[in-house]
Design a binder for this molecule. Structure first.
Ligand code: ADP
Length: 658
């Protein structure tokens, strides 16, 4: 009697699963994860591996997994054939998988933490590997009602889930209203619960536990609140940001940010990149892989879709002829996918790149990745926080203070490596890690002799003094290094930093003042040292390249020079081409540069006393801020166009002269 058997089986399974509301809710989540797989393998024959949601332990799923695998037996069912393995730290899982015993089980259901790296041989052997989604409000509502007669609204459940599913189940009891359970949960406070759960899993740290993300972290926390309000029905999807474009050097933690954001926002994470899509093969396969990732991201909600190295797609305006058609199709497909996701509620796209200027402008249009945040290298305090995290808090920030300056220029990835090396040294010597272990693994340093530092100070004070005298922006500070790492690709030995107001009127005078400031370094070397070295030129980003291109822009694209004809150049290479094409433009630029160089030299000669005082102070201290320089200017009774001021950061964009 087939129908009778099915009834019995269902009842069996339900009885086992409904032992408690918690088991039943997790049971529903597991069944959902297995839905498609069960169509082809209803009895879960072979090895089935499920990953718990990101940031959650696997243990709570044990009873539910047993209900799925053991209850509702088939005729001639042999219990010894079945095995449920639930493992949080994965060592036991490895032991079981490596043993011969496991081969005697015909049905194995494994639940592991999300970040667990499944060994390749088990990836091959498994008949199914899938993700368990986070508990939904519906699953919890249904479990509460059926297992303990508790009625709760969706908003109440969403809030309880946000505080933490594990704690929620502890607060729930038959005969207790959900309101009362929620009150108890609130009194514990979300901040006490969620991070405590995460600490055992460093990979699942949330934004609130991380350092070095500045504006990006602020945005992420804001988004988290919006998502929570949206899930609770307080705001519509139209009020939630659709995505962000992150720019930062490799190793500054863009991928880690996306992971932390997903943890904090209780969202799913799908990671993708052009390279990963390209690995699938030809154009058709690439487009299919891209589509599949977008569909996967849309299948769960909320989801963070992280697209790494989005600048690798290129800008359709700048593609060379060789692979132009191919690249255009790929960019178009990406734009279509993003547009197609726009109305999809619950999908947030985080794009990451090393250089946002290489990105197709269409990708940054409103409604696409229009929000832009730069992730900079961590500052001194952030560096110590990150180090301390990777040293498992074995050393406090004050103990690590000697590392602060010496780790300047290191990214989160470098600091992680440094902590790993220090821990390894200490382990091998059988003692706790110390600050000396950290200092011993800092990159090699070349100390710059005093006479070189003096020459560097002459150059930087040249920029500072000329910029201050002419009012080429607001002066922020000037610094020179006393050491450098010979392994670095680009070595920055110093810089003078000015900020420009976005409200500034950009007339001819503005361009010329900025130019004189950029040429101030070379001018000072000529006046004080009798000639200049190659440090002001050589590379894109140098004083000479920037001064030349700014004048080219003024002459060729603004009408402020000697002609009205418009010729734009997007980068240094194009600017160079434009100059070659119009020799008279090149002549005008050269004449302009010489004029500003002479102007800068004259200022340095006139302000020689102040110049020498600033130079001495910079060699002595290594850096001077706006206030220190302001005091020196006042002491020398010089009347400058602008007095250095501390700034409100948002209203200015920076220019730094090296
Ligand atoms: P990116 O995507 O920018 O290249 P990743 O996110 O892959 O960088 O980071 C590289 C490594 O550096 C990771 O192991 C990450 O944990 C670490 N890392 C980078 N930034 C941070 C940070 N702010 N805090 C902690 N770890 C970081």
């Amino acid at each position: 009697m087939k129908g009778g058997f099915v009834m019995t089986r269902k009842q069996d399974v339900l009885r086992a699963a409904m032992k408690s509301a918690e088991t039943f809710a997790y049971y529903c989540a597991i069944q959902k994860a297995l839905r498609l797989h069960r169509k082809i393998n209803p009895w879960l024959h072979g090895i089935t591996i499920l990953k718990a949601p990101l940031g959650q332990s696997a243990e709570p799923y044990r009873e539910a997994a047993e209900a799925v695998l053991f209850a509702g037996r088939r005729p001639a069912y042999n219990e010894k054939e079945r095995r449920v393995i639930v493992d949080d730290d994965s060592s036991a899982f490895h032991k079981v998988l490596d043993s011969d015993e496991v081969r005697s089980f015909g049905y194995i259901l494994v639940v592991v933490v999300h970040d667990f790296k499944i060994p390749p041989e088990w990836q091959l052997a498994a008949s199914f590997i899938g993700d368990i989604e986070k508990l939904t409000v519906r699953q919890v509502r249904c479990a509460l009602l059926n297992c303990c007669d508790v009625v709760a609204t969706d908003t109440q459940i969403a809030e309880a889930l946000h505080i933490g599913a594990d704690l929620m189940w502890k607060a729930v009891a038959r005969g207790r209203s959900f309101n009362e359970s929620l009150r108890r949960l609130r009194s514990l406070g979300a901040s006490d619960s969620a991070p405590a759960k995460r600490k055992s899993q460093p990979n699942a740290r949330g934004l609130e536990d991380m350092a070095g993300y500045g504006q990006a972290a602020e945005w992420g926390m804001q988004l988290t609140e919006d998502l929570r309000d949206w899930q609770a029905g307080k705001i519509g999807w139209c009020d939630v940001d659709r995505g962000v474009l992150l720019e930062g050097k490799p190793g500054t933690g863009k991928t880690t940010f996306a992971r932390a954001l997903a943890t904090t926002a209780n969202a799913h994470l799908v990671t993708a990149s052009l390279a990963a899509w390209q690995r699938r093969g030809h154009l058709g396969d690439l487009l299919k892989a891209m589509h599949r990732d977008f569909e996967q991201a849309k299948s769960k909600s909320p989801t963070i879709l992280f697209i790494d190295e989005i600048d690798a797609f290129g800008d359709r305006e700048k593609l060379d002829d060789d692979n132009r058609d191919y690249s255009i199709q790929v960019v178009n497909a990406l734009l279509e996918e993003i547009d197609g996701s726009d109305e999809h509620e619950g999908l947030i796209i985080v794009g990451a790149c090393n250089n946002a200027s290489r990105i197709d402008s269409a990708l940054r249009r409103p409604g696409r990745l229009d929000r832009f945040i730069q992730i900079r290298l961590p500052g001194p305090t952030e560096r110590l926080l990150i180090l301390s995290q990777y040293l498992d808090q074995a050393l406090t920030q004050s103990q690590l203070a000697p590392v602060s300056d010496l780790s300047e220029g290191m990214s989160g990835a470098h600091l992680e490596q440094l902590a790993r090396d220090a821990r390894r040294s200490a382990r091998r010597s059988g003692r706790p890690v110390s600050v000396d272990d950290v200092l011993a693994h800092l990159p090699p340093r070349v100390i710059i002799p005093r006479e070189h530092r003096r020459a560097m100070a002459v150059h930087e004070i040249g920029h500072s003094l000329v910029g201050l005298r002419l009012g080429a922006g607001k002066f922020v500070g000037v610094k020179i290094a006393d050491w450098f790492n010979p392994g670095d690709q680009v070595i920055e030995l110093g810089g003078a930093h000015f900020k420009q107001s976005v409200l500034q009127r950009r007339d001819r005078d503005y361009f010329e003042r900025e130019n004189a400031m950029l040429l101030g370094g070379i001018a000072a070397e000529i006046v004080i040292l009798g000639g200049h070295c190659d440090g002001g030129g050589l590379i894109v980003g140098s004083d000479l390249q920037r001064a030349t291109d700014r004048l080219t822009e003024m002459e060729a694209a603004t009408g402020l020079g000697h002609r009205l004809t418009f010729s734009a150049a997007a980068d240094a290479e194009e600017a160079d081409r434009v100059r070659r094409f119009y020799p008279r433009l090149a002549e005008a630029v050269e004449a302009g540069l010489l004029r500003q160089l002479e102007r800068a030299k004259a200022i340095i000669v006139e302000e020689r006393v102040l110049f020498d005082a600033m130079c001495d102070a910079l060699v002595e201290k290594g850096r001077l801020d706006a206030q220190q320089v302001g005091e020196m200017v006042a002491a020398h009774a010089v009347s400058f166009q602008t007095v250095p001021v501390a700034l409100e950061p948002d209203s200015y964009s920076g220019i730094a002269a090296q």
